[in-house]
Design a protein. Sequence first.
Length: 94
Amino acid sequence: MFSRGRFFPLVAALAVSVAACVPTGVALSESSGSLVLTWSAVAGATAYDVERRTLGTSTFSALASDLTETTYTDDTVVQGTTYLYRVIAKNADG
């Protein structure tokens, strides 16, 4: 901010928290009418969230949160519907 030729500095602090890396090796298979989602463990991850949306929509819905395993079985699928899944790795910072 400037006022009559004087400069008043603005000081701000910014805290940046980097989330755990994105899971790799994500795979989907069918088992008895359910879909089984698996992925590789992420170093430093403390938990995983799984979200799903149907093709043609833009909003993901939470299916599971704070999973400690690297697998999730979705038994709410409807045959003939195309789903898109998202796996989110979380660390101690969220």
